[in-house]
Design a protein around this ligand. Structure first.
Ligand SMILES: [Cu+2]
Length: 135
C-alpha cells in the first residue's frame, strides 16, 4: 500500500479550519475605532470570551447569532448595574451595532435569555469578560 506523504495530514485540515472559524482564538483585541469586533453568540458560549477595547472609545461590533433556533443577546452592565448595551439577535441573524464608550475597567458580558425551568443562558456558559483599557 502506497501513501503520498503530502496527504498524510490532510484529514486534520478540516477540523483545524473549523476550530479557527469557530472562534477558537479566545481573545479579541481592538486597538482603535478603525476595527470592528466580531462576536459570536450561541452554543452555550459567547466567542471570543475575552474582549479588550480602549477606554472612552465607542467600538463597532458585529454580533453573529450562530444558533439556528434560539435568539441570544449581547448584554453589558456598568458597575452600578445600568445597562450599557442589551442587543437582541434573532437566530441565524447578524446585527452590526456599537459598543458605547466606557470607563476603564473589567465588565462582564452575557446573554440574558432564559427559559422556564432551565438554567439561564449565562449560567450555561454564555458570558465573558470585557476589558476596557486606558491608553
Ligand atoms: Cu443566549
Amino acid at each position: 500500500m502506497s501513501r503520498k506523504p503530502g496527504n498524510r495530514y490532510r484529514h486534520l485540515l478540516a477540523p483545524l479550519a473549523l476550530l479557527c472559524l469557530s472562534g477558537f482564538n479566545a481573545i479579541a483585541l481592538a486597538q482603535d475605532t478603525s476595527q470592528h469586533i466580531r462576536i459570536e453568540l450561541g452554543n452555550n458560549r459567547i466567542s471570543p470570551s475575552l474582549i479588550e477595547v480602549p477606554a472612552n472609545t465607542p467600538m463597532a461590533i458585529e454580533l453573529v447569532n450562530i444558533d439556528i433556533v434560539a435568539p441570544h443577546t449581547f448584554t453589558v452592565e456598568d458597575k452600578v448595574g445600568n445597562l450599557v448595551i442589551n442587543q437582541n439577535v434573532e437566530a441565524g441573524k447578524t446585527v452590526a451595532t456599537e459598543l458605547p464608550a466606557l470607563n476603564a475597567g473589567s465588565y462582564t458580558f452575557y446573554c440574558n435569555k432564559s427559559l422556564p425551568l432551565q438554567k439561564s443562558h449565562q449560567e450555561q456558559g454564555e458570558e465573558g469578560t470585557l476589558m476596557v483599557i486606558d491608553h
